[in-house]
Design a protein around this ligand. Structure first.
Ligand SMILES: NC(=O)c1ccc[n+]([C@@H]2O[C@H](COP(=O)([O-])OP(=O)(O)OC[C@H]3O[C@@H](n4cnc5c(N)ncnc54)[C@H](OP(=O)(O)O)[C@@H]3O)[C@@H](O)[C@H]2O)c1
Length: 337
């Protein structure tokens, strides 16, 4: 089968479209013939060698999610699953025509979603859901500040909070994204590269109750200051960190920009800080299924559909990575098998 192999870390060109053996299905596993593959920021970090959640050694097939149909099952797995459409979540292996995963990581596709939407759902929506509603327990009357609000996780967060009744302020780094953020349900969208958004929010809103933080550096510091008493921040990403292992100058900047806040500050402001990494849910299939089912019920009830921004062919994965790194992308970027 065809797959993308990562032999060494580096620029997008290190992702090689290759011929590899089809993966064998073992006990407790299913093999899924993929139709679409979701591209995640974490895979860009993996490609650069900056992401811990990857297999030991190379070459390996990156890719954390996709949609497709179960085509084979292990001896101990219900054979009636063959032919069922699913969305797959895993640590790696999805940049391929086929992937083998434990049966618990092949979740039933959502009826009413296209296969593109199924591939765009699991990572972004579960991350936003767990952070906003399971950890921070966001209440409908609260004001939510969402960073990178036009991106994959960001658009998921805006749509979920809009359906939940929150007042939403979305932040993005380009003006062309601001209109999209408002269309998705935000009351306000600000450009954190060209506007003093902290000042605007303080003047017009007096602060925020909940922050979904994925950027780090100055943005994180500003967001901590904007959080009202009894407010919460969840740190789920560090998109502005630009560590280049070969460049010592970047080491200090990276160290400086890692989000940190001491308990004295939290106590002084009466705020809480959370963090979440979806990878841990894979280790706890029961909890993952519970979160997924709550999320799926909410999404179906409110007729929420993921935003698919752009679709590239599997062999053009390097272009897809470049597109996300350019900060021009909106919504979810997919690969088509
Ligand atoms: N904790 C978890 O389990 C988990 C799961 C999924 C994703 N994440 C994190 O959530 C964030 C969003 O992930 P995603 O896959 O949905 O990606 P994405 O938001 O679609 O793309 C990344 C966005 O980050 C923003 N950004 C800000 N500073 C940047 C910089 N210096 N360089 C590049 N981009 C920058 C850009 O938007 P603007 O130009 O509008 O700022 C860019 O579009 C990432 O930090 C990712 O690591 C965490």
């Amino acid at each position: 089968m065809k797959a993308i192999l990562l032999h060494k870390t580096g620029k997008p060109e290190v992702l090689k479209y290759s011929e590899v053996p089809e993966p064998e299905v073992g006990p407790g596993q299913v093999r899924v013939k993929l139709e679409y593959i979701g591209v995640n920021y974490a895979e860009i970090l993996s490609r650069k060698g900056l992401y811990g959640w990857r297999p030991k050694g190379r070459a390996y097939i990156p890719g954390m999610e996709g949609s497709g149909v179960i085509e084979a099952v292990g001896d101990d797995v219900d054979p009636s699953l063959i032919g069922k459409p699913v969305m797959v979540g895993t640590q790696y292996g999805c940049y391929a025509e086929k992937v083998v995963v434990p049966v618990s990581q092949a979740l039933p596709a959502i009826e009413g979603f296209t296969m593109q939407e199924n591939a765009a759902f699991a990572v972004n929506y579960l991350t936003a859901w767990v952070a906003l509603f399971e950890l921070m327990k966001t209440q409908p009357e609260e004001t939510v500040l969402i960073t990178a609000a036009a991106g994959g996780v960001g658009t998921a967060a805006v749509k979920l909070c809009a359906a939940h009744g929150n007042k939403i302020i979305g932040l993005a780094g380009s003006d062309h994204k601001l209109e999209l953020i408002k269309q998705l349900g935000a009351q306000k969208a600000l450009n954190y590269r060209s506007q003093d958004y902290g000042k605007i929010i303080r003047q017009e809103d007096g602060g925020v109750d909940v922050v979904l933080e994925m950027i780090g550096g100055k943005i994180f510091k500003t967001n901590v200051k904007l959080t009202r008493p009894f407010g919460r921040l969840a740190v789920i990403g560090f998109a502005s960190l630009d560590l280049k292992k070969w460049n010592p100058l970047s080491w200090y900047k990276t160290y400086r920009d890692i989000p940190r806040v001491d308990i004295a500050t939290m106590s002084h402001q009466a705020i809480g800080i959370f963090s979440a990494h979806l990878g841990y849910l894979l280790k706890n299939p029961q909890r993952m299924l519970q979160s997924y089912e709550h999320l799926r019920d909410f999404v179906v009830k409110h007729n929420i559909h993921p935003v698919v921004g752009k679709v590239f062919a599997l062999k053009d994965v390097a272009q897809a990575h470049r597109w996300i790194e350019s900060r021009q992308s909106t919504g979810k970027v997919l690969l088509k098998v």
